[in-house]
Design a protein around this ligand. Structure first.
Ligand SMILES: Cc1cc2nc3c(=O)[nH]c(=O)nc-3n(C[C@H](O)[C@H](O)[C@H](O)COP(=O)(O)OP(=O)(O)OC[C@H]3O[C@@H](n4cnc5c(N)ncnc54)[C@H](O)[C@@H]3O)c2cc1C
Length: 395
């Protein structure tokens, strides 16, 4: 999809230039309008043209096969805040290393920020062969526009064949813009990634139709192949102390962001980070009432400070905040021990926790699907079993 300008019709009135939110239209010396690569084909300009000279080409043009060959390398967007790399970046470097080796290409990381310190070191230690680094004041606080502008510019210049990013709030915020700007597809929230070495296709697996099927998605006609992956889906790469690589520093002339960040507030500071917890005790609808989450908190405490998780049914009932939700529309977790109490184990819950090291399920229904993924299953009333567990743990 792209913007088409009929220059025979264009009168050079400039009305479209004034309404473009991306500064993608400019008047040439003869007054007629031309479009630049900042165009996102949003269509905001279409109605502004009094003579109907603007239209959107709805058929996206696949790249010619030869054009695909110019794309090489596997990139991981390395998310950092305040100079600290987000764990999901190390997880993507882990899976990225395997895929890059299979494709016989370099594994590269992209680092955006401003005076964020030496973040490249940990990326090399976790497997990156090369780090592309952009340091610019517009990237000091995260906002979607300059982040997208910077990553899109790097992609256009270096042409990677695969770009992976974390499905964090930051990644979800700007990676779709990048995909539009470089005319690529994007598969969000992948749960598995693989490559076909012959066709060089990235096989992107994610739940579809409410989690009832796992869809394998490929992008044969466009590059790069872009995917986001939630935190904790993959294991982080093992760091190798002292490992180094090539650092490429890019100076990009980024625009002033349209959004100004006045203050950053950590809304999660008083919330338990379920996604990062090593031990999780999750309550489902079987708890019966919001006050019974106290029992989950007690069990979590007896385990030495486990996090409390919840099924969507419990969250939807208003028994606990959505920060605690585990599953397809909640957090993906990978704790050492996951204890599910009164959770039936519907697929949308399982996709968020079935990579846990050890799963313990307590449910009074012996046929509950949660027992299909449990390492230890206790068939019984949670109001009898959990107090016994707490007693045993407290000795
Ligand atoms: C698009 C989509 C996205 C979704 N995303 C998510 C998601 O992210 N996370 C999520 O969890 N769900 C999600 N769901 C909802 C999911 O399909 C289920 O409805 C939900 O997981 C059910 O929650 P539950 O297991 O707590 O409740 P139920 O399915 O009602 O199960 C309650 C269980 O408690 C047991 N029980 C009852 N009393 C006791 C007792 N005293 N002792 C022991 N066991 C007891 C019952 O036997 C039963 O198995 C999603 C659904 C859709 C369509």
């Amino acid at each position: 999809m792209g913007l088409k300008i009929d220059l025979d019709l264009c009168t050079g009135c400039g009305a479209c230039v004034a309404v473009c939110p991306f500064c993608a239209l400019a008047q040439r010396a003869d007054g007629k309008v031309e479009v630049n690569e900042a165009c996102t084909a949003c269509g905001a300009c279409l109605d502004s043209c009094p003579v109907g000279a603007l239209s959107l080409e709805t058929e996206s043009k696949p790249l010619a096969m030869g054009a695909l060959d110019g794309y090489r390398g596997l990139w991981v967007f390395a998310e950092q805040r305040g100079g600290k790399i987000h764990e999901v970046s190390f997880e993507l470097l882990g899976v990225g290393r395997v895929l890059a080796d299979r494709l016989g290409v370099e594994l590269c990381a992209v680092l955006l920020g401003h005076q964020a310190g030496d973040c490249a070191g940990p990326l090399f230690e976790h497997g990156a062969d090369k780090v592309y680094q952009v340091d610019h004041p517009a990237l000091e606080n995260y906002t979607a526009e300059p982040y997208a502008e910077a990553l899109s510019a790097l992609i256009r210049k270096y042409k990677p064949e695969v770009v992976l990013a974390g499905a964090t709030s930051l990644g979800r915020g700007f990676i779709p813009r990048v995909a539009v700007q470089v005319n690529a597809g994007l598969t969000a929230d992948c749960t598995e990634l693989d490559v076909e070495a012959d066709s060089r296709l990235l096989i992107q697996t994610r739940p579809a139709f409410g989690g009832n099927i796992m869809a394998c998605i490929v992008c044969p006609d466009h590059r790069p192949q872009m995917a986001t992956v939630r935190p904790k889906v993959f294991k982080p790469a093992e760091p190798v102390a002292g490992r180094t690589g090539t650092r490429v520093v890019e100076n990009l002339p980024l625009k002033e962001p349209g959004v100004k960040v006045l203050e950053t507030v950590n809304a999660m500071q008083n919330e338990v980070n379920v996604a990062g917890a090593e031990f999780i005790v999750t309550g489902g609808r079987g708890l019966g009432a919001p006050e019974n989450f106290k029992l989950m908190a007690e069990l979590a405490d007896a385990l030495g400070g486990a996090a409390v998780g919840a099924s969507r049914a419990a969250v939807d009932a208003g028994w606990i905040s959505s920060f605690h939700q585990v599953g397809q529309t909640g957090k993906t977790v990978r704790p050492k021990i996951y204890i599910a109490c009164g959770v039936s184990g519907q697929i949308q819950h399982l996709v968020g926790m079935n990579s846990s090291d050890t799963i313990i399920a307590i449910n009074k229904d012996p046929d509950a699907p949660i027992f299909g993924v449990a390492d230890v299953g206790i068939v019984g009333d949670l109001f009898q079993v959990v107090p016994e567990l707490i007693k045993a743990l407290r000795g």
